[in-house]
Design a binder for this molecule. Structure first.
Ligand code: DAH
Length: 353
């Protein structure tokens, strides 16, 4: 019996998995196992022998069973331990690097302009980028023979052969939205229109597609003084410092009188600084809306008057954020975008800057 005991306890200790353990169980205490066969022999013994051997055999059987149960749970623990090691996940590791996109300076400045003008009561209006020549030119008091049409380096669409109607154009400015807004809303009106415009031009400060923000305010008694205040207010809010402006008499077909507006700046040290120095930089065109333009928009020029202006958004972005070359704006160079781009979570607001 001691032999059986040490044999099976030894085998159990060495069993490496549940299947091996089961084989040992069958061989020892299964129906035809060695220990079970020994128990059957009890029947042939004398009562005295049986009294001695019975408890010993039972004790052996219990001991083997207990060792099997203990080994089984030890094997299960080991297997779990193995899995925990293999499937270990360190949730304290830093997250994997993810490339986060950035907001393009044009989008940023577009939003900044919108926030500032919205605070002065201007709503945002929109119009199509492919425009009829009526909205882009005629309605703005630029007739077919007018030199402004030639000067604008307009992109024209094609008409099919035999179609004699004038071709549509890629709008050369955001001014046609003035007409569309007047038609849709009538007077009084106070809108800005930020948007894309197109001209066949390409050098360090010109790209065939660029951005403008148009402004239009019409009411019973709006004057150049209101225009000047609105623009000075805008530039000071936009550049975050008081900016002197200079209004120069000019000519646009859609305004009378017309003024080009310069802002105070310095070119010292090869960089432009706005709001200081003795130089001037032209940033926009403006004026009192021409009576013919009001009429084209369905508004009675004897009852209403107002101002309009058009600013280059890209130009503003270059000035505010010190970006020297306009062409790079539209080359989609990731290094440029990461350098000049803005966090998507930093939405421009008047209180946030
Ligand atoms: N549309 C003009 C341009 O693209 C800019 C402009 C000038 C807009 C005077 C205006 C304005 O509204 O009154 O050059």
């Amino acid at each position: 019996m001691d032999e059986l005991k040490s044999k099976y306890l030894d085998l159990i200790a060495k069993a490496s998995d549940a299947a091996a353990l089961e084989e040992i169980r069958v061989a020892a205490v299964g129906k035809k196992g060695e220990v079970s066969l020994k128990m059957r022999e009890l029947g042939k013994m004398t009562p005295e022998e049986r009294q001695l051997e019975g408890p010993r055999l039972n004790a052996l059987k219990d001991e083997i069973n207990a060792a099997l149960v203990a080994k089984k749970s030890a094997l299960e623990d080991a297997a779990l331990e193995e899995r925990l090691k293999a499937e270990w996940l360190d949730v304290t590791l830093p997250a994997r690097d993810r490339h986060v996109g950035s907001i393009h300076p044009v989008s940023q400045v577009w939003e900044e302009c919108t926030a500032i003008f919205a605070d002065m009561g201007f709503a945002v209006a929109e119009g199509p980028q492919i425009e009829s020549d009526w909205y882009n030119f005629d309605a703005l008091n630029i007739p077919g023979h007018h030199p402004a049409r030639a000067e604008m380096d307009t992109f024209y669409t094609h008409r099919s052969e035999g179609d004699t109607r004038p071709p549509h154009v890629l709008r050369t400015h955001t001014s046609p939205v003035q007409i569309r807004s007047m038609e849709a809303q009538g007077a009084p009106i106070r809108i800005i229109c930020p948007g894309r415009v197109y001209r066949a031009d390409y050098d360090q400060t010109h790209t065939p597609m660029f951005h403008q923000v148009e402004g239009l305010a019409i009411d019973r008694d709006i004057s150049m003084a209101n225009l000047k205040w609105v623009l000075e207010e805008f530039f000071s809010a936009f550049f975050g410092t008081h900016v002197e402006t200079r209004f120069r008499a000019s000519h646009f077909p859609f305004t009378e009188p017309s003024a080009e507006v310069d802002i105070q700046c310095s070119f010292e040290g090869g960089t432009v600084k706005v709001g200081e120095g003795n130089d001037w930089l032209e940033v926009l065109g403006s004026g009192m809306v021409h009576p013919s333009v009001l009429r084209a928009g369905g508004i009675d020029p004897d009852a209403w008057q107002g101002f309009a202006f058009g600013i280059g958004i890209d130009r503003l972005a270059m000035l505010k954020y010190g970006i020297p070359d306009l062409r790079a704006f539209f080359e989609s160079d990731l290094r440029w975008l990461r350098h000049y781009g803005f966090s998507a979570l930093q939405v421009p607001t008047l209180h946030g800057g």
